[in-house]
Design a binder for this molecule. Structure first.
Ligand code: HEM
Length: 137
């Protein structure tokens, strides 16, 4: 059964463009991972002001493996530093609890030295119960 992992990011209005640019720069960060099925960066329009990073995986194990991988950790070095300094013990930005960005430095994955565009994040997990796509013609 596939699992859906959504990272809900709080992003100040003035950082939206920067966030989208950073995601754009990281195309390919996840596609080649074993068990990866789908990714979408969802920009909020109505009902919430949080961006959703939608990812779908073949299994929980595949997601965990990706989170523990070099590719995820390098891409989320800033989050990792902050999670560690908040004593969460996870070390790689699981999105549990807020990840506050204070602009104190630059992770390797970041475009420039202004710290994270997101000021908070929350990880949501789902199991796919039903799924359908566009009808094939
Ligand atoms: C559901 C799995 C994911 C989790 C748990 C996660 C975790 C996080 C966290 C905690 C942040 C906020 C801290 C920070 O800004 O550094 C963040 C931001 C970010 N993540 Fe992820 N992430 C996930 C998926 C992805 C994917 C699939 C990509 C790339 C395709 C990605 C690329 C980024 C980028 C570019 C940022 C923005 C950094 C910024 O705020 O400037 N993430 N992620």
């Amino acid at each position: 059964m596939s699992v859906v992992k959504i990272n809900a990011l709080t992003v100040p209005a003035e950082m939206r463009e920067e966030l989208e640019r950073r995601f754009g720069n990281r195309a390919g960060m996840v596609e080649s991972s074993d068990g990866f099925e789908w990714f979408e960066l969802l920009r909020p329009v109505e009902g919430t002001d949080r961006y959703l990073v939608y990812t779908r995986w073949r299994s929980e194990e595949d997601f965990k493996r990706w989170q523990e991988s070099q590719s995820f950790q390098a891409g989320h070095a800033q989050a990792a530093a902050e999670a560690a300094s908040q004593g969460q013990g996870q070390g790689h930005g699981h999105g549990q609890g807020p990840s506050q960005g204070h602009g104190q430095g630059q992770g390797p994955g970041h475009g420039h030295g202004q710290g994270p565009a997101a000021t908070g994040s929350e990880l949501w997990s789902f199991e796919v119960v039903q799924s359908t796509g566009r009808r094939k013609s």
